[in-house]
Design a protein around this ligand. Structure first.
Ligand code: WTA
Length: 665
């Protein structure tokens, strides 16, 4: 138990202290931290800028290559960049074999902690054994280099094993976050033409077990391209195994050979596809390749988290199904030989202090989470934190959405005990690795700013019309140099890749899709998405995806979805819904629509608020004006509505919102 002297007992005093701290503009890296930091000299920025390709080559050399690359960047056909293209490498070898060969086989790779309190220690030697077995089992199923393998698993160690086994044989994994519905899994397997899917019998969540295999069966029954379903027996939930298609993970592993040498792959061999949301309903298959991606995630993981693999215990609380999990639970930490915590459950089960209990138990030193989780913890109260000893903690990270200064300060004070630097890391599925972030031993932080680009990265804020740099004020965030871990394309859709990211300002300027501003010190402040992408609890969703799920309900004629600012989850989904004919909007229908979205996409995408609308505000060309919907939903005064086909629509909607507010009071 901690000595709580340093932290005030009551939330009220804490509240006052946080208010006072809001006055502090910058926080210098703590001296005690700087003293031992891997990087503490700001010259690293100049060094990397002076020869940015050379800087990345230096980072690539930290990895194991079967054949060292002699080439750095091939930019002969922008925006299709290639990195280290004549090198031969394997991600699984780098994440596992290398550490075993260096004598670190006994080092724990994952301290896994289950929902009901179970724990497992998986060493690098264990990973080495399991990954080889499963890689051979995949080969026995007929999976070959270049084939796509779907992975739909909860947070159990097998998820990392499955990813690494694919990487070992050059199969391309396509992980779907466990919170997505089986219908989403089907969609993602279908577009990627996955040959096999690795899933579980059931997944536990807060004391309940979801029958995952049964749901998957229903969704994929007519998917001919999917030849095999591998089932991890995680919960003993009821499930049927279809002869000729379904196999148990443990059985095929038992039957497989022990040794599976890692394939010597070209640096540009695809490592994975990860579907992410864009402006349209169809998710984008973001494609990452091997050498550059691994270079980016390993270098950022080492320097942003100041990782000392021999002594640190690192915990990234994300789910492996998102890019944060790919890069900072699996590839970055394992490439660096780190010891991590992997937690199966939710932050409030079995109790609201479970994260901090685990931090105490495993003596976590580096902790990486999302602002939405920090805000939830703030709400639950410091008493859930204070019971535990967090004195081993030495650095905190944030990712996924802008962190509001109050949450930053709470994190800094309550979790970090005012001695841990905070790294607010900005990046995306597309960028593969962290792009804008403080280096914790060098850069002074300002709550709410991700500070400056990582060495070697060049970013800017430009004006919308001409793409000219803006020194002060808001504009569009762009990245102006290629970087090794950048996406290579959208799977089987080069055109959409160019159109989405490289058409606005040319093939050399990557359009991020976020608005940002730079301050007088050159610090970046990320404002949020400029496209129709919403960020719910750090989960990326497109409004079009949700709309298409809503209109798939037979009684719905039309829908428009917006992200509404929300104290807890950052942005909450608010749906305006026009019903068919004379249908009345009832509470029952609200539940039906929410359930429909849950089935189609996943529970996290269900609208928080549904507003019945007789009609939606459209321009004369028929485009829905979401800006007006955002204003009306937030009770703001309406601006100019004269460009609307039918300006009366807005008045009706305003009336509805007032009625809604009146009935809530
Ligand atoms: C947002 C998650 C502000 C941003 C790694 C970006 C952030 C989108 C931050 C990518 C941050 C991520 N500050 N905003 N530190 N990190 N974002 O692809 O809008 O799931 O474009 O990747 O999250 O979400 P994605």
């Amino acid at each position: 138990m901690t000595d709580t002297e340093a932290t005030p007992a009551g939330d009220e005093t804490l509240e006052q202290q946080l208010e006072e701290m809001l006055e502090i503009e910058t926080f210098d890296p703590p001296e005690s931290f700087v003293e031992h930091a891997l990087l503490s000299d700001s010259a690293v920025y100049e060094e990397a800028d002076a020869d940015w390709k050379g800087w990345w080559v230096k980072q690539a050399k930290e990895l194991h290559w079967f054949t060292e690359p002699t080439k750095d960047l091939n930019d002969s056909d922008p925006p299709f960049y290639k990195w280290f293209e004549d090198g031969k490498i394997n991600a699984s070898y780098n994440c596992v074999d290398r550490h075993v060969e260096a004598g670190n086989g006994d080092r724990v790779a994952f301290y896994w902690h289950g929902e009901e309190g179970e724990s497992r220690e998986i060493t690098y030697a264990d990973l080495h054994r399991d990954v080889q077995k499963f890689a051979n089992a995949l080969k026995d199923l007929g999976i070959e280099k270049g084939d796509v393998v779907g992975i739909y698993l909860p947070m159990i160690p097998e998820v990392a094993v499955a990813m690494l086994a694919c990487a070992r044989i050059g199969a391309i994994h396509n992980v779907v976050f466990g919170g997505f519905s089986a219908d989403s899994v089907k969609e993602r397997m279908e577009i990627a033409e996955a040959k096999a899917l690795v899933t579980v019998d059931g997944a536990r969540r807060k004391g309940k077990t979801a029958p995952v295999k049964q749901q998957v069966d229903k969704a994929v029954s007519d998917l001919d391209s999917l030849k095999h379903i591998v089932v991890v027996q995680a919960t003993n939930a009821d499930c049927e195994m279809q002869d000729g298609r379904d196999v148990w993970y443990h059985e095929i592993c038992d039957a497989a050979d022990d040794e599976c040498p890692a394939e010597e792959l070209e640096a540009e061999h695809p490592l994975y596809i990860l579907y992410s949301s864009g402006s349209t309903a169809a998710p984008k298959g973001i494609l990452h390749t091997t050498g550059g991606y691994l270079t980016g995630v390993a270098a950022t993981h080492r320097y942003v988290f100041d990782l000392k693999p021999e002594s640190d215990v690192y915990w990234c609380s994300a789910d492996v199904g998102w890019v944060t999990g790919h890069s900072y639970i699996v590839y970055g930490p394992l490439a660096n030989g780190a010891t991590s915590v992997m937690f199966e459950g939710a932050p409030d089960y079995p109790h609201k202090g479970i994260w901090w209990e685990l931090c105490e138990k495993y003596k976590v030193t580096l902790f990486y989470t999302a602002p939405t989780a920090i805000r939830a913890c703030m709400k639950w109260g410091v008493e859930h934190v204070e019971k535990f000893d967090l004195s081993a903690m030495r650095l905190l990270g944030s990712v996924g959405e802008p962190i509001n200064p109050k949450a930053w300060l709470w994190y800094y004070k309550v979790i970090g005990g005012e001695r841990c630097p905070i790294v607010d890391t900005w990046w995306q599925t597309e960028t593969g690795a962290i792009m804008i972030t403080p280096l914790p031993g060098i850069v002074s932080t300002k709550p709410g700013s991700a500070t400056r680009p990582f060495p070697g990265i060049e970013a800017d804020v430009v004006d919308e019309s001409e793409g000219k740099p803006i020194d002060e004020g808001q504009g569009l965030l762009v990245v102006t140099r290629p970087w090794p871990s950048m996406l290579r394309t959208l799977y089987k859709d080069d055109e959409r890749f160019i159109e989405t990211y490289f058409s606005k300002f040319g093939k050399e300027t990557y359009l991020v899709g976020d608005a940002a501003r730079k301050d007088e010190d050159g610090y970046f402040w990320i404002i949020g998405r400029i496209d129709d992408v919403v960020n719910v609890s750090g989960h990326r969703l497109s409004t079009a995806e949700v709309e298409s799920a809503i209109v798939s309900h037979g009684k719905v004629a039309e829908s428009a979805v917006i992200g509404q600012a929300d104290e807890d989850v950052g942005q909450a989904i608010c749906a305006f819904v026009t019903l068919e004919g004379e249908t009345e909007g009832t509470d029952e229908l609200v539940e039906e629509i929410r359930a429909r979205v849950g089935d189609r996409i996943g529970k996290f995408a269900r609208p928080k608020r549904i507003i019945w609308a007789d009609d939606l505000p459209k321009t004369r060309s028929g485009k829905i004006m979401r800006r007006l919907l955002r204003d009306v939903a937030e009770g703001k005064a309406l601006g100019d509505v004269t460009t609307l086909r039918d300006p009366d629509v807005m008045q009706q909607l305003e009336g509805k919102i007032k009625e809604e507010q009146a009935s809530e009071q």
